[in-house]
Design a protein. Structure first.
Length: 130
């Protein structure tokens, strides 16, 4: 198989595999937990909660990797910031659709849609000064 054909095959496989988490993400954002199996057990909920917590941990680690040399890490910081901003928009939708969540989730929403964009602006300002 030529490198170009192998590249195309890998691209196709990746796009097909991405359809699974994409559909899960869209269902979760639009319908919340009601969009999934209503017979899900505590074990299934525990698994999903821990998975999402693992993603959150990885996101924090990626943000932490930007701290050293923050003036040079603008592109990485902007790329990583897509995660909490997108999550914050989904959380904002949940607030509108399902109601006001706990104060901890309201604080997270403030960080996701307020603090993160402000940090991006501040980093860009700092980068220009360096």
């Amino acid at each position: 198989m030529s490198p170009a054909a192998e590249k195309r095959l890998l691209q196709i496989v990746m796009l097909l595999v991405l359809l699974v988490p994409l559909s899960g993400a869209l269902i979760g954002i639009v319908r919340g937990p009601e969009g999934f199996d209503r017979t899900a057990t505590g074990i299934t909920l525990d698994s999903h909660f821990r998975y999402l917590s693992g993603l959150l941990l990885a996101m924090v680690a990626l943000f932490a990797s930007c701290v050293a040399g923050i003036e040079r890490n603008g592109a990485r910081l902007r790329l990583i910031s897509v995660l909490p901003i997108t999550g914050g928009l989904a959380r904002l939708l949940a607030l509108v659709v399902a109601g006001v969540p706990s104060w901890q989730h309201q604080a997270a929403l403030g960080i996701e849609l307020g603090v993160v964009p402000l940090i991006l602006l501040w980093q860009a300002r700092l980068a220009r000064r360096f």
